[in-house]
Design a protein around this ligand. Structure first.
Ligand code: B12
Length: 344
């Protein structure tokens, strides 16, 4: 089987449609992998450059690049490097095209690491590691898939992030993907930010990739079973909308239609949305405690019959829930409570 590259697997390796011999730096830029990682893969697994220039410099051929790209994708999905290398060496790859792929835009991670430590793997702390300084995302007990997603996020590779999350959504469903794959990486990234003040770009890129994968699940729902919608919104100053997309996708799997009103929902806009849609349930998310936490909005919701079930979610709700409001603690609980509210 031909696993990637140009449509013509038989194309000559140095023809105009393929990559001429590339240096390690050029391949690193193209794949978004640090040069030291490529040298390690060469030394450890024999995935090195096979071309030589007249001056006897080693250069990567188009097929070498395609093999490395295949290896990188496997590693990003959590396959152990030695297994990924074996598969890449055995694969019938098509030579990589000369035009840089989207990953060609990704700059390699910094090389400021011990040459013997593969920086791709140094990006992600080994199981049981505590601190999250420098290039490390702390992932105590991270599974291979969690480590793969963390690596893809640290490489700022939206294609790999999207692939990993979408594949897991297909295989395991929304709740498992959110609880076991996405949240551990988000928590690790948050901890790293707390300790080093760095990584907001990683946070943004991963949030966008996850949101888009979850929206893919939500938009598949064409005929919701609930005539009155579920409204999901963030408290007025709240930007952490991601859990709302996870909840909407998990509800969509149960054919419950929800409308995500997104980040920073002003009080009066929420009130207007409730009045206009007559929802069966309203959930207000707050991750970051603010002065009013959005409780004011909940007290100002219009009275209607039947009244919507009103819920709060997220660690930003530090005060007890106002009367008539229930707090949900996790995704499974939120889905179950809302399913009851819509009568399924
Ligand atoms: C992604 C992210 C962002 C993104 C949000 C993008 C988006 N579209 O959502 C951006 C970059 C915008 C952002 C901004 C900021 N962020 Co931010 N962010 C995060 C991060 C990494 C993940 C958030 C997330 O979705 N977490 C997953 C959720 C679910 O985690 P959780 O709520 O803790 O989960 C618990 C429960 O809620 C429950 N649960 C889990 N899933 C679900 C689902 C449902 C439906 C329910 C009901 C419950 C539930 O289980 C968990 C255990 O109890 C967190 C790190 C973290 N630990 O969460 C920081 C974090 C939330 N951010 C933080 C901060 C400080 C900020 C900023 C102020 C500064 C900054 N980092 O730039 C700004 C502005 C925030 C604002 N005004 O709202 C802090 C908050 C600290 C605090 N609570 O006081 C955190 C915790 C990072 C940290 N370690 O310090 N952030």
């Amino acid at each position: 089987m031909v696993v990637s590259g140009s449509p013509s697997p038989d194309a000559p390796e140095s023809g105009p449609a393929t990559v001429p011999g590339l240096t390690v730096a050029a391949v690193a830029r193209r794949l978004g992998v640090a040069p030291a990682t490529l040298r390690t893969w060469d030394r450890r697994y024999g995935l090195g450059p096979t071309e030589r220039t007249a001056g006897s410099h080693r250069r990567y051929s188009a097929t070498d690049v395609a093999r490395l790209d295949y290896m990188r994708r496997l590693v990003n999905t959590g396959v152990p490097p030695a297994d990924a290398a074996r598969a890449a060496l055995a694969a019938d790859v098509a030579p990589a095209a000369a035009v840089p792929g989207p990953t060609g835009l990704v700059p390699p991670p910094t090389e400021a690491v011990d040459a013997d430590i593969d920086p791709l793997f140094a990006d992600v702390a080994p199981s049981g590691a505590g601190a999250g300084g420098g290039n490390v995302i702390p992932l105590p007990d991270g599974s291979p898939a969690v480590r793969g997603l963390a690596r893809a996020a640290m490489s700022l590779d939206p294609i790999a992030c999207g692939e990993i999350v979408r594949e897991t959504l297909e295989r395991r469903g929304v709740v498992w993907t959110w609880d076991e794959l996405v949240v551990p990486v988000l928590v690790g990234i948050g901890r790293r930010w707390e300790q080093t003040g760095t990584g907001v770009e990683v946070e943004h890129l991963l949030s966008e990739s996850v949101t888009s994968a979850l929206t893919g699940v939500t938009t598949r729902l064409r005929a919701p079973i609930n005539p009155r919608p579920v409204l999901l919104a963030c408290a007025p100053e709240e930007m952490h909308s991601l859990p709302l997309f996870a909840l909407a996708a998990a509800l969509a799997e149960r054919r419950i239609g929800a409308r995500v009103l997104g980040a920073r929902m002003p009080h009066d806009a929420l009130v207007a949305a409730v009045r206009r849609t007559g929802p069966s349930a309203v959930l207000l998310w707050s991750a970051y405690p603010t002065s009013d936490g959005g409780a004011q909005a909940l007290q100002e919701l219009p009275t209607m019959r039947p009244a919507p079930v009103v819920l709060t979610g997220g660690p930003g709700w530090t005060e007890p829930a106002p009367p008539g409001v229930a707090h949900v603690h996790d995704l499974t609980g939120a889905v179950a409570t809302i399913a009851r509210a819509v009568g399924v």
